[in-house]
Ligand binder design. Sequence first.
Ligand code: PMP
Length: 408
Amino acid sequence: ELTLDVAKVRRDFPILDRQVHGKPLVYLDNAATSQTPIPVIETLDHYYRHYNANIHRGLHTLADEATAAFEATRATVRDFLGARESREIVFTRGTTEAINLVANSWGRRNLRPGDEVLVSRLEHHSNIVPWQLLAAELGFTIKVIPIDERGVLDMDAYRELFSARTRLVAVNHVSNAIGTINPVTEMARIAHAHDALILVDGAQAAPHEPIDVVALDADFYAFSGHKVYGPTGVGALYGKAELLEAMPPWQGGGEMIDTVSFEAGSTYAAIPHKFEAGTPAIADVIALGRALEWVEQIGVSLIGAWEQRLLAHANEQLAAIPGLRLLGTAPHKAGVVSFVVDGAHAQDIALLIDQLGVAIRTGNHCAQPLLQHFGVTATCRASFAAYNTSEEIDIFVAALARAVEMVR
Ligand code: PMP
């Protein structure tokens, strides 16, 4: 039975008490960025008040404390992802930087002209463009895993796309634009049977379902802090230790070296530090750790189950809006509804319902190839989090009904 105490969860989010245009905020843009609970805000505040210092290179108390908290977060992320070792966790600015790291380090070292990388039509631009940039330089080919009319990956087509030249599959765990949950464990098994690696973009999975990179057998797994109740501009890349060890650094600077000499050249630190050049977002990394603990205290499965309930309620309510077409009707999907309405521009709808306090996202959701598949250039997207309620969905749908009447 579902025991998520949503009233208690909401008390952790002061922002939910604010008003927008004189109306209580109904925040349904969680797939873009989730809100931040008090323990995470307090972690940031505590860091700057008590132990702000650069990490790894100090021999003073503040530097030691900051280093200890930073490295403790690596263990928190390791456990959150089910990884075996802390050194398999690299801190990045987020999912985007994590994927760019893999492209520029592993990709640049391993991809040759004529090689093939499989990318799905469901991808966020951040799992498309880094591969296109590199392909233009190195001359490998990008092949696209197609989807059906529900927005579900065509697994037969996936199997057939493999050739002796397939080196990597890059796929998201959950689609940000329409919520499809992809069978990544099965996809990894198939990729490995063809001696290809798999990189999973977990940006939209981390807040909604338990992740186990070992059971999944992901070679690389990326996620962002700000979609899982943590700060913006910080995230992590998981990579299997033997892969990370064989990869060259991609950014040079302090922290990532062992020795530097003009005569003998430079040697590099061990993983993960080899991939963490420069001073990282120390406070934000530590606060990300607190966010993951906050999620685990509630239970990510429970959060996911709660959001499924909200999704079912939203689907029911939205059916009453005439001319509304839902994009993405996968049987397994996260708490996201993406839709267009006949005779009403997505932008107009979003602006009108913002006047009623309701925050949703419109546009292409950084997934233009996916929207092209559905023959649209923009959708409205409402996405749910642990603190959303059925009452908020009713407010959203009532606001939507009013907006649609006004613009028609
Ligand atoms: N992949 C997916 C599936 C996403 O939803 C997002 C964020 N919208 C990203 C990647 C990029 O994440 P970030 O901007 O935090 O790097």
